[in-house]
Ligand binder design. Structure first.
Ligand SMILES: Nc1ncnc2c1ncn2[C@@H]1O[C@H](COP(=O)(O)OP(=O)(O)OP(=O)(O)O)[C@@H](O)[C@H]1O
Ligand SMILES: [Mg+2]
Length: 427
């Protein structure tokens, strides 16, 4: 009897499942999951081959703009070698051409059984490799995240932090390792951290590190802005509680509170200050937050001395981590970021790096902009016969700008910071 080809119908589903199981048992490694294939059967394009009452093959495809993808091509063991695969592809192509495709593609396992495709006119592009990764946030979570103002960050932020080797290694070992593989941590009796404090002078990269940790873990990043919560109908304390509750609905998340001293400063005075209720609320929220795995609270402060003593007491924060001024390598990279690419090869970076010791990243940015502005003005208003002056920035512009920039972080602040590391640092 002749094999017939027609569009897939829902009643064919059982046969497809049977063939799928047969093929899997025989070692077939499908690229698309069964759920994907079934979705395309019902919504996209699918052809069924039947021989009398027996269903003997399927071709399933979906379109992506002008490119069509074959998501399944399968012929029963009993009907191999009869050209059914090729016919199925032909019928599928006709069906999909109506959707405007100009190209039909297929991914197959690299096991050499692609003869039917070559016969059907498909070229084997052997230089291709297949990559895949899980999407970290589900559709439902995305909605929760949007409501929280949270987002999934780019994946490479960790690698973009230049220098700061000690800080990075510390965070990698204490935070990322146990959080990324909590089962391994458990084997060693390590309780993954739930909350940390980052402290250090302004502009040293605390926010940058908090984001980089989220990026490294591939967890969504949720920044809490106390100033925005203040407008909440239930007040700042209520708003804070609401955020923490909502975060609990996410499987994973890094919650970040910057300038936490604003809402957790030393409780003092009688009558109590308005922020006292908020400090109390936060103190209550942290233990509850700690109970749920898969979440990390990061708070940052420039002024750890102002924090309420109870806040830093053991049991709330696992680590209290200092983030200091950028080291040489970090300064080099930050300079590199602000110097025009055309100027960079002629700049004495070593000199800039050593002369900018004690600068914060923000100071470097400021000095770099100032140097650029000066070079621009000079080239327009002062360039006369002197052709030795290049048409971009030069080392001397930067050195001048460094000399003209006041460090944000004074020696006094550095002194205090070093004392703080001794008195409250906890690594
Ligand atoms: N190690 C680094 N490598 C490259 N750029 C950095 C590094 N550290 C900080 N920066 C850059 O410096 C700027 C300031 O960093 P960031 O905002 O993280 O500091 P902060 O400690 O959070 O500051 P603040 O105390 O003002 O909140 C950012 O533009 C950041 O991208
Ligand atoms: Mg910050």
């Amino acid at each position: 009897m002749a094999v017939r080809y027609r569009n897939f119908q829902p009643v064919d589903t059982d046969s497809l499942l049977t063939l799928w199981d047969q093929a899997r048992t025989a070692g077939y490694a499908p690229v698309y999951s069964l759920a994907e294939v079934l979705a395309s059967c019902n919504q996209d394009h699918a052809i069924t081959a039947s021989d009398g009452d027996q269903i003997v093959g399927f071709a399933v495809g979906r379109t992506a703009h002008e490119q069509g993808w074959v998501v399944l091509l399968m012929v029963s063991d009993t009907h191999q070698g009869q050209g059914i695969g090729g016919r199925l592809l032909g019928e599928l192509e006709i069906d999909m051409a109506k959707a405007g495709i100009t190209k039909l593609s297929m991914l197959v396992a690299d096991d050499g059984k692609s003869g039917v495709l070559e016969k059907a006119g498909f070229a084997d592009l052997k230089h291709l490799k297949y990559f895949e990764r899980e999407v970290s946030v589900s559709e439902k979570e995305r909605e929760i995240l949007t409501n929280l103002g949270g987002r999934v960050l780019a994946r490479d932020l960790w690698g973009k932090i230049a220098g700061m080797k000690n800080e990075k290694e510390m965070l990698e070992r204490r935070l990322v390792l146990p959080l990324a593989d909590s089962r391994l941590a458990e084997t060693f009796g390590v309780e993954p951290p739930k909350a940390i404090v980052l402290f250090g002078p302004p502009g040293t990269g605390k926010t940058t590190f908090a984001k980089a940790v989220a990026s490294r873990l591939d967890w969504p990043f949720i920044e809490v802005f106390p100033s925005r919560l203040a407008g909440d109908p239930s007040g700042l304390a209520g708003g804070l509680r609401e955020v923490f509750n909502t975060v609990n609905e996410l499987e994973n998340g890094v919650v970040f509170i910057d300038e936490v001293e604003e809402i957790a400063s030393k409780r003092k005075g009688d009558p109590p200050s308005p922020t006292q209720g908020v400090t109390n609320e936060l103190l209550k929220l942290i233990p509850a937050f700690r109970e749920k795995p898969g979440h990390l609270l990061v708070v940052a402060t420039n002024y750890i001395r102002a924090l309420d003593d109870a806040f830093l007491r053991h049991g709330r924060f696992d680590y209290v981590i200092p983030i200091g001024l950028p080291d040489e390598e970090a300064r080099r990279s930050i300079w590199g970021r602000y110097i025009p690419a055309t100027a960079l090869p002629n700049i004495d970076l070593d000199e800039l790096v050593s002369r900018s010791a004690g600068f914060s990243p923000a100071d470097i940015e400021y000095a770099a902009r100032k140097a650029s502005q000066r070079a621009l003005e000079q080239s327009v208003y002062e360039a006369q016969a002197d052709t030795s002056e290049s048409s971009t920035t030069a080392t001397h512009h930067y050195l001048w700008a460094i000399g003209d920039t006041r460090r944000t972080v004074s020696d006094e602040i550095i002194g205090e910071f070093e004392q703080d590391i001794k008195s409250v640092g906890r690594l």
